[in-house]
Design a protein around this ligand. Structure first.
Ligand code: ZN
Length: 113
């Protein structure tokens, strides 16, 4: 279940950030998450709620912004197409598509008390 691993990574990073900034309690964590990561929000929230207990992020709220999947085509440039069924070939020319957004997993900010 990769949501548990992601929740742990986010929590570790948020706590490290809090420690580097005086060690205050964490109020809110904002995460940017690419659509292509295929993360199930409910599973992520559930994992986060479970592991945050007893840490600096005990009361923290996890906010997630989903980044839409965007692709570009090696044949015809940036492409508005949305690859279907994860078939990464351009519907216009058949060239391979490259993902230019939608794979991110970034901690945008951590709000401390
Ligand atoms: Zn193309």
């Amino acid at each position: 279940m990769h949501e548990a691993a992601i929740a742990q990574g986010v929590l570790d990073l948020a706590i490290r950030t809090a420690m580097q900034n005086g060690g205050g309690r964490i109020q809110r964590i904002k995460l940017r998450l690419g659509e292509f990561r295929g993360v199930v929000r409910e599973a992520l929230d559930f994992s986060f709620e479970a592991i945050k207990r007893g840490t600096l992020a005990d009361q923290a709220e996890l906010e997630v912004e989903t980044v839409k999947l965007r692709v570009s085509c090696s044949g015809c440039g940036e492409c508005e197409c949305s690859p279907r069924d994860y078939n990464f070939l351009c519907p216009t020319c058949g060239d391979p598509l490259q993902i230019i957004a939608g794979r991110e997993m970034q901690l945008e900010y951590v709000d401390l008390e």
